[in-house]
Design a protein around this ligand. Structure first.
Ligand code: ATP
Ligand code: MG
Ligand code: FE
Length: 341
């Protein structure tokens, strides 16, 4: 089926088009620059930007795919989780198109879409697989027997999400926003072993699949402060690399262990932080040592986009899922166990 997907959970207005597992268009408009001076996404600003970008982004996607609206077989939209006002814009738009075109509408989970998107790049998802979902708002290990109906959380962050930690540490280092890509870049010139930052929740009595990044963030801030107080220059590249190493060390260690303990031999990594070059390299290396195959989509498909929503929509159609009601709600705190509204 040809599926049109809408994504507006945060600051990206994404409209994607897929035909089954084939990516036909992935148009993204972002309001990130409007939020940069606030150091974080401002919900009201994001909603307004979605409203302005929505229709032009739909047209851009159709043009890229060489299709007309009449060619679309089904519509999928992020119903949650995310910013309530931002979600509403996408949900309202999707309802309008579904109604006007008389096509089925699927209100889907943004996090499941982050997992599902990999099929556009590497073909059908191996199910069951383990998914390490690391983004701006979430960090979880998920056992995925069926991405359209059965996602089981094994653990998640008890405080900050991985992406949030990247963003906060980038601010401490004066690198800008969003911090993930900037730390990734700065770290390439640094030594990941220069400073021994703490690895949260890795003790023998700690929950094996939960994460904690707030202590790490504080440790980095303290280290930088102490350095500034002593009048010495802050070695930004080394701090960035050592912080990044602490995050990806824990993520990959726990992900590989989750695979082994659950007898799963495919690890899928999704969400914005999956774009991180060191995470990709270390996961590959540690998984290979254990006979586990790693799948990570290309960076553009890791951060928020409409193609991932369309991809999940296409799977739902293919597996005969019941479409959502046309009055489906946006659910800002939608649980990962609910793939479809
Ligand atoms: P969620 O998916 O939990 O609702 P979100 O949609 O805001 O949150 P994503 O767009 O999936 O999050 O990811 C954005 C996050 O990814 C930001 O925190 C950003 O700093 C981080 N990120 C992006 N690229 C990189 C990178 N190369 N290295 C590390 N982090 C990155
Ligand atoms: Mg974003
Ligand atoms: Fe996201």
């Amino acid at each position: 089926p040809i599926v049109l997907g809408f994504e507006t959970s945060c600051d990206e207005t994404g409209v994607g088009i897929v035909r089954g597992n084939e990516l036909l268009a992935d148009a993204v408009a972002t309001s990130v620059d409007e939020h940069a001076r606030f150091g974080g996404v401002v919900p009201e600003v994001a909603s307004r930007a979605h409203l302005e970008a929505m229709v032009p982004t739909v047209h851009r996607a159709l043009e890229t795919a060489g299709l007309k609206l009449a060619d679309v077989d089904a519509i999928a939209v992020t119903a949650g989780p995310g910013l309530a006002g931002a979600l509403l814009v996408g949900v309202a738009a999707a309802k309008g198109y579904a109604l006007a075109l008389d096509k089925p509408l699927y209100g889907v989970n943004h996090l499941a879409a982050h997992v599902c998107v990999d099929q556009l790049e590497h073909g059908p998802l191996p199910e069951p697989c383990m998914a390490l979902l690391v983004s701006g708002g979430h960090s979880s290990l998920l056992l995925v027997p069926d991405v359209t109906s059965d996602i089981r959380p094994l653990g998640s962050t008890v405080d900050d999400a991985a992406g949030e930690a990247f963003d906060k540490v980038a601010r401490v280092l004066g690198l800008g926003f969003p911090g993930g890509p900037l730390i990734d870049r700065a770290a390439r010139e640094g030594d990941g072993a220069a400073i021994a930052f703490p690895r949260g929740l890795t003790g023998p009595r700690d929950a094996p699949f939960d994460f904690s990044f707030s202590g790490l963030k504080t440790a980095v801030a303290r280290w930088v402060e102490a350095r500034e107080r002593s009048g010495q220059p802050v070695p930004v590249a080394d701090v960035a690399a050592s912080f990044q190493e602490a995050v990806v060390d824990v993520l990959t260690r726990k992900a590989v262990r989750a695979c082994k303990e659950n007898g799963v031999d495919h690890l899928l990594i999704g969400g914005g932080v999956a774009a991180n070059s060191r995470l990709r390299a270390l996961a590959e290396q540690r998984a290979a040592d254990q006979g586990i195959r790693v799948r990570v989509p290309r960076p553009k498909l890791c951060t928020d986009n409409g193609a991932m929503v369309a991809a999940l929509g296409a799977q739902l159609v293919a597996r005969g899922a019941r479409p959502s009601a046309l009055d489906l709600p946006a659910d800002s705190s939608m649980l990962i166990t609910d793939v479809l509204v």
